[in-house]
Design a protein around this ligand. Structure first.
Ligand SMILES: Nc1nc2c(ncn2[C@@H]2O[C@H](COP(=O)(O)OP(=O)(O)OP(=O)(O)O)[C@@H](O)[C@H]2O)c(=O)[nH]1
Ligand SMILES: [Mg+2]
Length: 634
């Protein structure tokens, strides 16, 4: 069996970056604490020809765990994690610019009697802050091999591999003090002794040059964290991001559109008329195309989130938000998981593992899906494009910002309502988060991350969405009208008599008060499987109403929706209906995987189902209110 080596260190010291560079993996990193929340493993080979399994663990300040993710780290080191042998050796990653704080954990690991190699990371940062470390002296004082490195550029990684060498030396100072492991990590006297020892070591091995004045990070923070200017920058940034999503993304979307139209043209010429051609053009190309076309917008949003994460801006935004969050009973720690939920609720919910209060954790999990995720973006874009037809990108960006704000504000309000209902110890809501030093965006990481996400999106479109499109097309095409019946001549009538038509008519009473016809209703039901399917379903079921074929793909779809009418000739997609749909998508929890993850993270179906039911109900009521009030007013 392969021997295991564990990466251990304080949050944000660069463990995952080192892990990625040792194993060639592409695990999530970012310039803020609490990113890795579970164990991840990979393998690497040393120059001595040995192959090891490498474990990346959640960051922790000590082995006396406060939150679920820290507990994982302790259990792995103790060898008490189920199905996992105790690691043969530990690479303790310490941040050279913050040695005093980071060495404590290393000494704790040494006390466990495990062989330790110290990776002295972020030496570039220490250098620039005037911290000079005498590596030989540090190694001598610690009695451990110390390897200086810079994980984000790969410097020193080879040396580290050289240092991981058999037989692993047992640490010189390991001593059990006659205590159990649990007692040893939490023993007060030992803890003080360690702290004193760390100070002694740092006094011998480091020197701090007085650079004088404020660091660049401090100067930036004076503006970015300013009570007024800070908020201005935050809001400006968000608006800028939404604007870019509508304006710049138009170009790549145009290319995708041209591609879709070209494929359609080819297929049209190739295939002879019949069911198969209908399936390929109206089911597959229209359906999958109506989802894929929004890939550029999704990637742009993820790109901006990546920028904020890797530069360190995200923690500043969390600081700004802290006061606001405290007022509704949420801890500032909830901000980062909530922010992550804008990309996707699932990693957001996982990220709550770094929160130490169980009550706060549950509250955050319950409201996280109201942060609009990227799967909603295609639906928002389609609907906002119809609502704001002919208006500039700025207006569209404003409406999109409003849609995101609506979800966020409602989530905070819900937290305030729920806080007294969720049981658990009340924690003082002070926010102790280290502000990491600003750093340049990690372009290569962002690039790889985006590629990975794009590939996952395309894979999903080519499998799940494709399958659903074929199913939806079949439900809308069969049973076929009999030869000579009126429906045979009239595609709309044929659609009404299809299986889908029957289901649609059955549910129409539920969606009609919201302003939707049965076709929109079935699209809504189908989107509980995956939100993006909403677009696909509309594209498939409205494609029976041909409009001018010269227009580009997206315009055509919007045109078809715009021309759809009720039997009495009134338009279905009025601005009020469109708004009601937008609101429905902000609130509805249409994502089965989220429900499954909530069940796992909250430990009970009760909360997961209550969340699903509650959010669906709120979505219905809100859409109902918008439609009914809107119809009265307009
Ligand atoms: N300047 C500098 N930055 C680094 C270095 N190593 C890592 N970083 C940056 O430090 C930040 C944190 O890196 P991660 O690898 O996510 O840290 P982690 O220890 O895994 O953090 P958690 O998972 O939250 O415990 C990222 O923005 C990295 O790009 C380094 O040697 N020098
Ligand atoms: Mg990590």
């Amino acid at each position: 069996m392969m021997e295991t080596i564990a990466l251990v260190g304080n949050p944000n010291c660069g463990k995952t970056t080192l892990f990625n560079s040792l194993t060639g993996a592409n695990q999530k990193t970012g310039n803020y604490p609490g990113i890795t929340v579970t164990r991840v493993s990979g393998t690497f080979r040393t120059p001595h020809g040995n192959r090891y399994e490498l474990l990346d663990l959640p960051g922790c300040y000590s082995l006396d765990p406060k939150s679920p993710d820290e507990k994982i780290t302790r259990d792995v080191l103790f060898g008490s994690q189920e199905g996992e042998a105790q690691p043969s050796a530990v690479v303790c990653v310490v941040d050279a610019s913050n040695l005093e704080r980071h060495l404590y954990l290393a000494l704790q690991v040494v006390d466990l009697g495990l062989p330790v190699v110290v990776a002295l990371n972020k030496v570039d940062l220490a250098e620039s802050q005037g911290v000079r470390i005498n590596v030989e002296m540090l190694a001598e004082e610690l009695g451990l091999p110390v390897v200086p490195c810079q994980a984000n550029t790969g410097k020193g990684v080879i040396d580290l591999k050289h240092a991981i060498r058999h037989p692993f030396p047992h640490p010189a100072q390991a001593a059990s003090h006659g205590l159990s492991r649990e007692a040893m990590v939490s023993d007060e006297a030992l803890s003080q002794a360690r702290t004193a020892r760390v100070q002694e070591i740092c006094a011998h091995a480091t020197r701090r040059l007085e650079l004088g004045g404020m660091t660049i990070s401090d100067k930036i923070d004076q503006v970015v964290l300013h009570p007024l200017a800070g908020w201005g920058i935050f809001i400006g940034l968000m608006l800028g991001i939404f604007y870019t999503i509508f304006s710049v993304s138009a170009y790549p979307m145009g290319w995708v559109e041209t591609g879709i139209d070209a494929v359609k043209g080819l297929v049209d010429g190739w295939m002879s008329e019949g069911d198969v051609k209908d399936l390929v053009i109206n089911g597959v190309i229209d359906g999958v195309g109506s989802v894929v076309i929004f890939l550029p917008q999704i990637l742009m949003l993820l790109f901006f989130i990546g920028l904020m994460e890797t530069t360190g801006y995200m923690t500043r935004a969390a600081m700004l938000m802290d006061g606001l969050m405290g007022r509704v009973g949420l801890s500032g720690r909830a901000f980062l998981p909530l922010m992550s939920s804008y990309a996707c609720a699932i990693p957001g919910i996982m990220a709550t593992r770094s929160m130490d209060s169980a009550k706060q954790r549950l509250l955050t999990i319950l409201i996280a899906p109201w942060m609009s995720c990227t799967a909603r973006l295609p639906v928002y874009s389609l609907l906002i494009g119809m609502l704001m037809a002919g208006q500039g990108a700025w207006m569209q960006a404003l409406v999109l910002a409003g849609v995101y704000a609506l979800g966020t504000v409602t989530a905070l309000f819900a937290a305030w309502l729920l806080a007294p209902k969720v049981k658990g110890e009340e924690e003082a809501s002070h926010f102790l988060m280290e502000l990491p030093v600003y750093s340049r965006p990690d372009w290569s990481y962002i690039g790889r991350h985006l590629l990975e996400r794009a590939w996952a999106f395309i894979r999903n479109a080519g499998t799940v969405i494709l399958g659903l499109c074929i199913l939806l097309w079949a439900l809308q095409t069969y049973p076929k009208p009999e030869e000579g019946s009126p429906a045979a001549e009239n595609p709309s009538l044929a659609l009404e008599q299809s299986y889908m038509g029957r289901v649609g008519h059955a549910i129409e009473p539920v969606v009609k008060p919201l302003g939707y016809d049965w076709r929109t209703g079935t699209a809504l039901i189908a989107s509980f499987a995956a939100r993006e399917v909403f677009n696909a379903n509309l594209a498939i079921s409205y494609s029976v109403e041909e409009v001018d074929d010269e227009e580009a793909f997206l315009e055509r779809l919007r045109g078809q929706l715009d021309q759809a009418t009720w039997p009495d000739g009134r338009k279905i997609y009025t601005p009020v209906t469109t708004l009601s749909l937008l609101v429905f998508f902000v609130y509805a929890l249409q994502c089965l995987p989220t429900t499954v993850v909530v069940r796992r993270e909250s430990g009970s179906w009760k909360w997961a189902l209550a969340q699903l039911g509650g959010m669906s109900l709120v979505a219905w009521l809100a859409a109902f209110t918008v439609y009914q009030l809107g119809s009265l007013l307009v």
